[in-house]
Design a protein around this ligand. Structure first.
Ligand SMILES: N[C@@H](CCC(=O)N[C@@H](CS)C(=O)NCC(=O)O)C(=O)O
Length: 211
């Protein structure tokens, strides 16, 4: 397998955590994502992934899978242990809803292409883009805290084993903390993240800080 990725990418971090939990390896192919001239915006990478996003996983069978949730679920199917989805249909739906609330409703508003577009089209400067990011992270994480608190029964987001909900929560929470948010305002998230930070697959695959 080959993983198109970037070290600072929160979406890539999800896949790297899943690979590590499964004991799987993939050859990594770096793709730059910052700035107007990033490789993610060039025709070369667009011919690989038309969306110009990382992560993208090229399977051993030569199929390119995009979107981190699809990739993580693919890895869960080819290597079922440890399971990354909980044991009941309700819990699986809950875990996916938390993962998607992060990927589709928080993270989707934050990547470099959004900031570039806000700057180019609406003359947003770096401070305005940072305020935009803080708004969606603050509002979104508060909602995730309530979602988790409403039905939490174990040590992690859904149950007693790390699952897709934790894999998506972890990089977003690390990035929120780097933005200056105190995770203690979201007690369930803070407690879960502290547990996840003690697990090497999570700790070693957190998104790298932007320099
Ligand atoms: N929904 C996608 C999001 C992928 C995504 O936005 N990746 C970011 C890095 S975290 C990216 O490639 N950004 C390039 C850009 O914004 O130009 C997923 O879950 O894989």
């Amino acid at each position: 397998m080959k993983l198109y990725q970037n070290e600072i990418s929160s979406a890539t971090s999800r896949v790297r955590i899943a690979l590590a939990l499964k004991g799987l390896t993939a050859e990594t192919l770096p793709v730059t994502i910052l700035g107007e001239n990033a490789e993610s915006r060039q025709a070369g990478y667009r011919s690989v992934n038309p969306q110009g996003l990382v992560p993208a996983l090229l399977t051993d069978g030569g199929v390119l899978i995009t979107q981190s949730l699809a990739i993580v679920e693919y890895l869960d199917e080819i290597q079922p242990e440890p399971a990354l989805l909980p044991g009941t249909a309700e819990d699986r739906a809950l875990a996916r809803s938390i993962a998607l609330a992060i990927a589709a409703e928080i993270h989707a508003l934050l990547p470099p292409r959004i900031g570039l577009h806000l700057g180019k089209t609406f003359q947003a400067d770096a401070d305005a883009v940072a305020a935009w990011n803080r708004h969606w992270v603050g509002e979104g994480m508060a909602a995730i805290e309530t979602m988790i608190a409403g039905r939490r029964q174990g040590a992690f987001a859904v149950g007693d084993q790390p699952c897709v909900a934790d894999i998506f929560l972890f990089p977003q929470a690390i990035s929120a903390r780097r933005m200056g948010f105190d995770l203690a305002q979201w007690p369930n998230i803070a407690e879960i993240v502290a547990r996840l930070e003690a697990i090497p697959a999570f700790q070693e695959n957190a998104p790298a800080p932007r320099r």
